[in-house]
Ligand binder design. Structure first.
Ligand code: ADP
Ligand code: MG
Ligand code: MG
Length: 251
């Protein structure tokens, strides 16, 4: 479903290269964990997948369902089923969360050739998903992410993911800012989306999240490249020995 080949990407403004020859393959149905020390390029990888214009791809390719997405803008990628849950979700003053969800869901449906959802159906769907995440419906009247706690922002990201039903889900440090109860609830939401037609890239600094979202594969990022891949045992090894061992070994 996702094939990243020798990807090189830099910050457009300064030309600083962050992703330096990254290779990664994620099959449909697979949950791939990306781990790595701070500053290794995890968030940058997620931005480049989503098509954020502040970054330039200078070499390599990103294939999604066998097609290069490099020429697609973020909206086209989203319409094609690529979803990014941000490490630091953006606050959108003046746009009620419910209104945002309505527009996002219906533009996604239009892009897929489906009819727009009628308000009662939309409400029912949103209520159901919000219930799974134990979110208060009153929150949906507030502007998106404005004044939300860290945990509420992360839940709002997963709520969007559940409602948009993407094919490729990229979650950037969804565990950061979550206490253990919230982590379990969010993980349940993510696990409910696991399916043979969907691939997930779960980015995390800590092993903890992977106790709840058990990955099929684990990849360690260092200086913008995947330096080691393995199964979930690799995450436990990292927890025990730290990144220095694995990263040093690869260097
Ligand atoms: P991670 O998510 O793994 O902690 P990031 O992808 O956020 O890492 O950052 C990787 C490296 O790229 C860091 O050294 C960071 O300072 C640098 N970086 C990211 N964005 C920019 C930018 N816009 N300008 C300059 N350096 C950047
Ligand atoms: Mg970081
Ligand atoms: Mg990051």
């Amino acid at each position: 479903m996702l094939e990243i080949k020798n990807l090189h990407a830099r910050v457009a403004e300064t030309g600083t290269e962050i992703i330096r020859g990254l290779d990664l393959t994620v099959k449909a149905g697979e949950v791939a964990a990306i781990m790595g020390p701070n500053g290794s390029g995890k968030s940058t990888l997620s931005y480049v997948l989503a098509g954020r214009p502040d970054y330039e791809v200078t070499d390599g390719d990103i294939l999604y369902d066998g097609q290069s997405i490099l020429e697609m803008d973020p909206a086209e990628r989203a319409a094609a089923g690529v979803f990014l849950a941000f490490q630091y979700p953006m606050e959108i003053p003046g746009v009620a969360t419910m209104e945002f969800l309505k527009v996002a869901i219906n533009s996604q449906r239009r892009a897929r050739g489906d009819a727009e959802l009628k308000i009662p159906d939309l409400l029912k769907k949103v209520k159901e998903a919000a219930g799974t995440l134990e979110m208060d419906m009153a929150m949906l009247k507030r502007p998106l992410n404005v004044g939300f706690s860290g945990g509420e922002k992360k839940r709002a990201e997963i709520l969007q993911m559940m409602l948009l039903e993407p094919k490729l889900c990229v979650l950037d440090e969804t565990d950061s800012g979550l206490d253990i109860d919230a982590l379990k609830i969010v993980a349940d939401g993510v696990n409910a989306l696991r399916s043979p037609e969907r691939a997930m890239v779960v980015i995390t600094h800590y092993q903890r999240l992977l106790d709840y979202i058990v990955p099929d594969t684990v990849h360690v990022l260092s200086r913008g490249r995947v330096v080691k891949s393995g199964d979930k045992g690799l995450a436990l090894e990292l927890e025990k020995n730290g990144y220095a061992g694995v990263v040093g070994e690869a260097a």
